[in-house]
Design a protein around this ligand. Structure first.
Ligand code: ADP
Ligand code: MG
Ligand code: MG
Length: 251
């Protein structure tokens, strides 16, 4: 479903290469985890896939179901089904959470040639999904993420994801800053979305998230490339021994 070949990315305004020939394939129905040292390019990968400004692709390709992602605007990628949950979710003062969700859902339906959800159907759906993430009605009325705690912001991101039903979900350090209970809620939210038509790219520093969201495949990203791929045991190896052994082995 998601196929990345020989991806090279640099900063737009600097001659600094960040991704240096990254290859990755995520099949529908699978959860792929990406771990790697700080500064290895994990967030850059998620930004480049979602279409954020500031990065320049100098070589390689990235496709979703065969469609060239790199040619598309961020909104078009979202409409195709790419969803990025941020490490630091943005606050949007003045825009109610519910209004934001409804606008996002309907924009996506429109882009897919589907009819808008009626106000009643939307409300029913958002309330049910919010409840399962322990997001209360009050949080739905407040401006997006404004004054939300770290855990509330992450849960709210998972709510957005649940409402948008993307094909390819990318979570960038969704576990950072979460206490154990919030991490469980977020993980349950993600697990509820696991589906044979949907792929996940879960970027994380820590094995503990992967105790809850069990990955099918684990990749190590270092110095702008995937240097090692394995099963869940690879995450345990990192947890126990750090990256030094793996990096020495691939060098
Ligand atoms: P990771 O998420 O794996 O910690 P990043 O993708 O955030 O790594 O960063 C990879 C490298 O690129 C780091 O050295 C980082 O400092 C640099 N980098 C990323 N984005 C920018 C930016 N906008 N300006 C300057 N340096 C950046
Ligand atoms: Mg970082
Ligand atoms: Mg990062």
């Amino acid at each position: 479903m998601l196929e990345i070949k020989n991806l090279h990315v640099k900063l737009e305004d600097e001659d600094k290469a960040i991704l240096k020939g990254l290859d990755l394939k995520v099949e529908a129905g699978k959860v792929h985890a990406i771990m790697g040292p700080n500064g290895s390019g994990k967030s850059t990968l998620s930004y480049v896939l979602s279409g954020r400004d500031g990065y320049e692709v100098t070589d390689g390709s990235a496709t979703l179901d065969g469609e060239d992602l790199l040619e598309l605007e961020a909104e078009e990628r979202a409409a195709l089904g790419i969803f990025l949950a941020f490490q630091y979710p943005v606050e949007i003062p003045g825009v109610g959470n519910m209004t934001f969700l409804r606008t996002a859902v309907n924009a996506q339906r429109k882009a897919r040639g589907e009819e808008e959800l009626s106000a009643t159907d939307f409300l029913k759906e958002v309330r049910a999904k919010a409840k399962s993430l322990k997001i209360d009605a009050d949080m739905l009325k407040r401006p997006v993420n404004v004054g939300f705690s770290g855990g509330e912001k992450k849960r709210n991101e998972i709510l957005q994801m649940a409402m948008l039903e993307p094909k390819m979900c990318i979570l960038d350090e969704t576990d950072s800053g979460l206490d154990v209970d919030a991490m469980k809620l977020v993980s349950e939210g993600v697990n509820a979305l696991r589906d044979e038509g949907r792929g996940f790219l879960v970027i994380t520093h820590y094995q503990r998230l992967l105790d809850h969201i069990k990955p099918d495949v684990v990749h190590i990203l270092a110095n702008g490339r995937i240097v090692k791929t394995g099963g869940p045991e690879l995450a345990l190896e990192v947890e126990n021994n750090g990256y030094a052994d793996i990096l020495a082995e691939v060098e």
